[in-house]
Design a binder for this molecule. Structure first.
Ligand SMILES: [Fe+2]
Ligand SMILES: [Fe+2]
Length: 488
């Protein structure tokens, strides 16, 4: 397992380096291209540059990107490399698009906010704000280097930076793709006002250029919005990105595997919905990704579609349990299969690795106590508990650890008759302690404090589900005399 991890990380690092190299290549190409286009006719200054000046520029850009790396590492403990590749690729694309826009429309029309929008949607607002600032700084540096310092090298980048920061604050991860694009396009007046403000400050507003500058700045958010809409599916496919939009689409119960689960294994489907709600509450309490936790819970038992009838929740109470007629070995193999078949099914349907990993780990290496006990009754000798245990791996993330606890808690609380707070708390406490005893959390960074928070959250939520209802008196009501006479 470790070897594979190392292999995957080194491939990702390679991609990062390629992405960075291409990005810098384009930036430097832009510097050189601008210089050769402007040549000695440049109105911004014509001075010969030495190699060490190029080197300093290159180092400054690396410094700006290195700080963005640090920001990512503060915010994300997992998948930093994937986020780096995604972020640098979106920055690279933004640079290319700005370059193309410069040629056809002008500097104010640059979709400079594009990379920031990607960061706002796939990472967080802090990364988005930094991305906007970093890109604007890179543009100001490169353009000042190529053309010399002037208002026209600073103002469009400043407008783009401020508008991008405002936009990143406005974009909400709860929105749909289309609503996000509307938010971006609705930024047109903000861009125009910023162009007027910075134009006034830096004295770049002359009447000849005013209309064209304002039209260009109105075009910038439109370009950014449509490029985002067009490029996002490409990013989702290339980096197997799990965006909030994608997760919301995945938990649509009216289509795909989830619809099939609701029809063919209704018991498992209802259990999955309950697990999703409880897991979502725990993820929220721990500050984990609620959408990912809910989506993984929806899919955690889809492997039961291989044979829904061998799982208790899909049997009606008077139906005979098929395991009564099976040997414990056969029962265990049928039950274990729901994990491997689930993973197969999800891979076939192209679900993201984050969800597949959660499905693979949700039972860890837990023993199936019921069948192990049955097996010990059939044999006088030793029964290997490993043969009666799930094959793992154990949870490697807090989200999977939550699902492991909730999965067992949901089933256990269902079976108790006396559902008082104290009793529910006792059940959840024993589930957590048993999993700790069996070393199921040794591969993830969950803490005792996290486990206490999960326990409290589950007790509160179960109390909400199984709250006391007023018992209505058993009265047999008869229709009023008047109603009867009207009918006649
Ligand atoms: Fe399961
Ligand atoms: Fe389950």
């Amino acid at each position: 397992m470790n070897t594979n991890n190392k292999k995957r990380i080194s491939t990702k690092k390679l991609f990062t380096l390629i992405g960075l190299a291409v990005g810098f290549g384009v930036l430097i190409f832009k510097v050189l291209a601008t210089e050769s286009f402007m040549g000695s006719n440049s109105i911004y200054g014509d001075y010969q540059k030495d190699w060490w000046q190029y080197l300093l520029l290159f180092m400054m850009i690396i410094f700006i990107l290195a700080v963005s790396n640090a920001v990512l590492k503060i915010d994300r403990k997992d998948n930093v490399i994937k986020s780096q590749i995604m972020l640098y690729s979106s920055m690279f694309l933004t640079v290319v698009m700005c370059f193309v826009t410069d040629l056809y429309f002008g500097e104010y029309a640059r979709p400079l906010a594009l990379a920031g929008i990607f960061a706002a949607v796939t990472l967080n607002k802090r990364a988005a704000i930094y991305t906007n600032v970093a890109l604007a700084m890179i543009f100001i540096l490169v353009e000042t280097f190529a053309k010399g310092f002037s208002q026209i090298t600073v103002v469009p980048s400043l407008c783009g930076m401020f508008a991008g920061v405002i936009m990143s604050m406005l974009i909400s991860s709860d929105d749909t793709r289309l609503k996000t694009v509307f938010t971006i396009v609705a930024m047109i007046p903000v861009y125009v006002i910023l162009t007027v403000i910075f134009g006034a400050i830096f004295n770049t507003l002359n009447w000849d250029m005013l209309v064209s500058s304002l039209l260009q700045s109105a075009l910038s958010p439109v370009l950014a919005g449509f490029l985002f809409l067009g490029l996002l599916p490409l990013f989702e496919a290339m980096f197997k990105l799990v965006t909030p939009y994608y997760l919301s689409e995945l938990i649509d119960i009216n289509k795909g595997i989830l619809f099939k689960l609701s029809v063919e294994a209704p018991g498992t489907f209802n259990h999955s919905l309950a697990v999703a709600n409880l897991t979502g509450a725990c993820a929220l309490a721990l500050g984990e990704d609620v959408r990912l936790a809910r989506a993984t819970s929806y899919y955690h038992d889809v492997g039961k579609l291989s044979d829904p009838s061998v799982f208790k929740e899909n049997l009606i109470s008077d139906e005979q349990n098929p395991h009564d007629k099976l040997t414990p070995e056969l029962s265990v193999n049928l039950i274990k299969r729901h994990v491997t078949y689930g993973v197969e099914l999800l891979r076939k349907h192209g679900l993201p690795e984050e969800i597949i990993k959660g499905v693979m780990e949700h039972h860890g290496t837990l023993p199936m106590k019921f069948f192990y006990h049955k097996a010990t009754k059939f044999t006088d000798g030793y029964v290997d508990i490993a043969e009666y245990s799930y094959e793992g791996p154990r949870p490697t993330s807090k989200v999977t650890a939550i699902i492991m606890i909730v999965d067992a808690a949901e089933a256990a609380v269902r079976t108790i008759h006396d559902r008082t707070r104290v009793k529910i708390d006792e059940v959840i406490k024993s589930i957590i302690e048993e999993r700790m005893e069996l070393e199921q959390f040794d591969d993830c960074d969950i803490t005792f404090r996290d486990l206490q928070i999960i326990r409290r959250t589950l007790v509160d939520n179960f109390a909400g589900i199984y709250h006391e209802r007023i018992e209505y008196p058993k009265l047999k009501l008869v229709r009023r005399q008047n109603d009867q006479s009207e009918e006649k």
